[in-house]
Design a protein around this ligand. Sequence first.
Ligand SMILES: [Zn+2]
Length: 383
Amino acid sequence: MTSESTRIREKAGKERSNLIKFLRDIIRIESPSGGEKKVSGRVCREMKEAGFDRVTVSDSGSVIGRIGKGRKKILFDAHIDTVGIGNIKNWTHNPYGAVLKKGTVHGRGACDDKGSVAAMVFAGKLIKELGLEDDYTLYVSASALEEEAEGKGIREVMKITGRPDCVIIGEPSGLKIIRGHKGRIGVKITTKGRSIHASTPEKGINAIYRMTPLVKSVDAANRAYTCNSILGRSTICVTGIESGGASHNTVPDKCIARLDRRTTEKETKQKVMKEIKNLAGRNGKVEVSNRFFPAWVMDSKHPMLKAAAKTYKTMFGKKPEIHLWPFCTNGSYTMGEKGIPTLGFGPGKEKFCHVPDEQISVDEVLRAAMFYAMFPKIMGTCT
Ligand SMILES: [Zn+2]
C-alpha cells in the first residue's frame, strides 16, 4: 500500500460530511435536461472552493473544472441533468428532499448521476489538498443535456477542453470498471394507404394492414440475431404504433411504427439502416428518428484499463471487477465516435436509475472519489 493511497483514504474520511452536504445540495436543486443552470452554479462554486485552477461554464450549463497543466489530458465526465420523478406517490421520501438515512442519500439524481458528480469534484479537492498533481491535466466535467441526447453536452465540453487522451464516464457501475456498452438508433417506418369509407374497405388501402407484416418481420429479425460480440446480441423492437383514419369509419391512409435498435461494436449505421430498409420492403419508408449512438468496447489489454485496474488495486487492495454497461452513455461519443480511450466507473446501482426511490450509499461515493483522486497520477505515468 503506497503512502499516497493511505493519505487519500484518511483525507477522504475527513471530508465525508462536506461531501454529504454537497451531494444533498445538488440533489435538492431540480435539474431537468435543458434546465441545469441553477445546479451548474452550485457545482461551479464547489469546484472553486475545492481549488480547481480554472472553472468554466459552457453555454448550455456544463461546468468544466481544470487541475494542472501536464502532458496527459484526462477527462472525467458525469452529468448533472436528471429525468423527471414520475408519480410522486411512488416515492418513499421527497424526491428533492435528499433525505440521509443509514448512510444512504435518497432523491432524484442521487445515483444517476449526481453521486458521480460529487465524487469527481471531491477527487479534485483531494488532489489539490494532498498535492497529487503531476504531469497531467485533469478536466472534471459536470455536463448538461445527457438524458435528452447522449453526446450533445459532452461535444460542447470537448470544445472547451480540446481532445483528451482518455475519458472516465461516471455513471453508476457499483464501483466496477466498465469497458464498453451497446449502441442504439431510433427509427420510424411509415406505410401509406388510401382512405375510403369503412363500409367499403376493399376499395381503399389500409395503411395498418400494410404495417402488420412489417411488425412481424421486425419480431422475426430480433429472434434471429445471434450473439457475436462480448456485448451480447443485437436487438430490435417496435416501441410504438401511431395510426387512425380521419374518423371511426374511415380506412387509415397512414401508419407509423417506432423502432428501437440496439447495436454491437461490429455494426455501422449504414449496415443497420440497410437491414431495416430490407425489413420495411417496398411499402415502408424508413427514417432515422433518434440518431445513431455507436457501441464501443475497450481492448482488455488497453493501457488505460491497466491503469484503472492498478488504481483500484492500490486504493482498495484487491482486483476490480470488469464489466459492460447495458445502457448507453456519453461514451458513445468519446469512444464510439471519436475513438478516445474511455472507461466507465461510478458509485451506485444501475437498478436505481430512472425509478422512484433513487438512492446512493455515501460510502460508495467516497470510495469513488478516492479512485478518481488516484487515477490521474497512475494514468499520467502510463504510456
Ligand atoms: Zn446517467
